[in-house]
Design a protein. Structure first.
Length: 134
């Protein structure tokens, strides 16, 4: 059985919290990786490319894992569905790092990571408010 109430709003709250938590976790990772590697030479044949791609891949994996874990009370299939949505959200954050980097540089990437952490905290608080059944 499920560890949360089957009321529709409890399910929605849990699903939204899982998606936001996953996307924000992955987003924070990619922002920090890019900010730390910011001064490196860029190009397809540079180490920065491997670091950026590795950071993005790690971010997507973390997004899926966090969303699945937070969404687990929804059941396996729903948790998997919210994990897919969280991966898409993390990919969007990853795509937004380019204009943020171009306009604000390393500082902007760290600010963006901070916003992701704040979103993660908010999502976990939202999930914690979902009433438990039984």
């Amino acid at each position: 059985g499920s560890s949360i109430s089957s009321r529709p709003m409890d399910l929605v709250r849990t699903a939204v919290a899982a998606i936001v938590a996953g996307a924000a976790s992955g987003g924070a990772i990619v922002c920090v990786v890019l900010a730390v590697a910011h001064g490196m030479a860029r190009g397809a044949d540079q180490p920065f490319a491997d670091i950026a791609l590795g950071g993005a891949a790690a971010a997507l994996a973390v997004a899926a894992a966090v969303a699945f874990a937070v969404g687990r009370p929804l059941g396996t299939w729903r948790a998997a569905a919210v994990a897919v949505s969280a991966v898409a959200g993390s990919a969007l954050v990853s795509a937004l790092t380019l204009p943020v980097d171009m306009v604000t540089g390393r500082a902007g990437l760290f600010v963006m990571a901070g916003l992701c952490v704040a979103a993660l905290a908010g999502a976990l608080r939202m999930r914690a408010r979902a009433p438990a059944s039984g």
